[in-house]
Design a protein around this ligand. Structure first.
Ligand code: NAD
Ligand code: GLY
Length: 359
């Protein structure tokens, strides 16, 4: 097992990465305020992993309530969040009851938001079971639900007490979901670490084959990169925005085509291709660098071309982007493979060229 630290003073927390961690209650017990937890999961993950987690906790004398939500990005909304509150109240959960998110990013984001608001704040632990959640969404404390007009529009910054990533859960992950997780791994290399990007170019096949050692390295390195950024800018007032590389276009794609049509990681992949194209048009990187990123994304089995959304629709959806300031869009763009920056001065004409790719 590898343990990393998200350094946030009194709210610092560990990220444990290893095989078989779901059955190890000793990683959870130090973070509990009372011997009662509510495990929030979904209809796909519950039959696979709930019994193992419940068994280890009950053997340690912890009472376990389970809350099983419908599966899918289209359920990441108020209605589903209310199911969590209904169950917490029905089972008389107190402010000291720890919520455990067992699942992918959808379960993690919703459980975190429920924890942030239930009785004004209950502790929660992330137990991510998708690659995407292990490399990105479980770390950093962004919690949210979607609104019909925009992704993750309602939420809170609220840090977990621990992240426990059991690498064995990836064995049951469908290939399309593994590929979606690789989009965020590639993102981390593209924005912060050229050597890691090169390592991904050499190891993408091993990752796609589910090689445990390669996946473990990808998760640990991604968490190191994300934890370092979060530690210096928890609330995205500066450099954390770089973690949104590909997301301005990607969120518009997810919302525009309907939640669940494109997986989040697929939309981010397409968004990164568009952001790299824009970076090249602005002369920030060479077209060969944009091609290099696009090639790696394609080799990861992710989409690199999208059609069917007009520039006007993109602009309407992107106007809700959370990075916008005083109505002005801001884009995370590459200045090199391994280095990103935020630009607010992209001309409408230049942006139109990139958006034409998707029309
Ligand atoms: P997801 O949560 O929908 O999970 C993908 C699918 O895999 C689901 O059907 C799920 O039930 C299933 N699944 C989960 N674990 C499994 C396993 N071990 N075996 C088999 N099936 C399994 O999607 P995701 O890609 O994990 O997360 C995407 C979400 O994360 C989006 O809503 C996105 O906005 C959010 N996100 C948040 C952050 C953040 O910082 N908070 C960062 C990135 C993404
Ligand atoms: N996924 C982007 C962030 O956590 O800031």
């Amino acid at each position: 097992m590898r343990t990393l630290d998200v350094a946030l003073g009194a709210r610092s927390y560990p990220i444990h990465v290893g095989a078989g961690l779901l059955g190890d209650a000793s990683l959870i017990l130090p973070h509990l305020k009372q011997r009662k937890v509510a495990v929030v999961t979904n209809t796909t993950v519950a039959p696979l992993y709930l019994a193992r987690l419940r068994g280890s906790l009950e053997a340690a004398g912890v009472k376990v309530i389970d809350i099983v939500l419908p599966d899918g990005e289209e359920h990441k909304n108020w209605g589903t969040l209310n199911l969590v509150f209904d169950a917490l109240l029905e089972h008389r959960c107190e402010r000291g009851t720890t919520l455990i998110a067992l699942g992918g990013g959808v379960v993690g984001d919703m459980t975190g938001f429920a924890a942030a608001t239930y009785q004004r704040g209950a502790p929660f632990i992330q137990m991510p079971t998708t690659l995407l959640a292990q490399v990105d969404s479980s770390v950093g404390g962004k919690t949210a639900i979607n609104h019909p007009r925009g992704k993750n529009m309602i939420g809170a910054f609220y840090q977990p007490r621990a992240v426990i990533a059991d690498m064995e859960t990836l064995r049951t992950l469908p290939k399309r979901e593994l590929q979606a997780g690789l989009a965020e791994v590639i993102k981390h290399g593209a924005i912060r670490d050229a050597a890691f990007f090169s390592w991904l170019e050499s190891n993408i096949e091993a990752l796609l084959e589910g090689n445990a050692e390669a996946l473990s390295h990808a998760v640990v390195r991604s968490c190191e990169i994300k934890a370092a950024v979060v530690a210096i800018d928890e609330r995205e007032e500066g450099p954390r925005a770089q973690l949104n590389f590909g997301h301005t276009f990607g969120h518009a794609i997810e919302t525009g085509f309907g939640y669940g049509t494109w997986l989040h990681g697929e939309a981010v992949a397409l968004g990164m291709v568009m952001a790299a194209d824009l970076s090249a048009r602005l002369g920030m990187i060479m077209p060969a660098d944009a091609d290099r990123l696009t090639r790696l994304i394609a080799r990861a089995g992710l989409p690199v071309e999208i059609k069917g959304m007009s520039a006007d629709r993109f602009m309407e959806l992107m106007s809700h982007d959370k990075k916008a300031q005083e109505g002005k869009l801001r884009f995370v763009l590459l200045e090199d493979i391994g280095s990103a920056t935020v630009r607010a001065d992209v001309s409408p004409a230049m942006l139109a060229e990139t958006l034409r790719l998707a029309a």
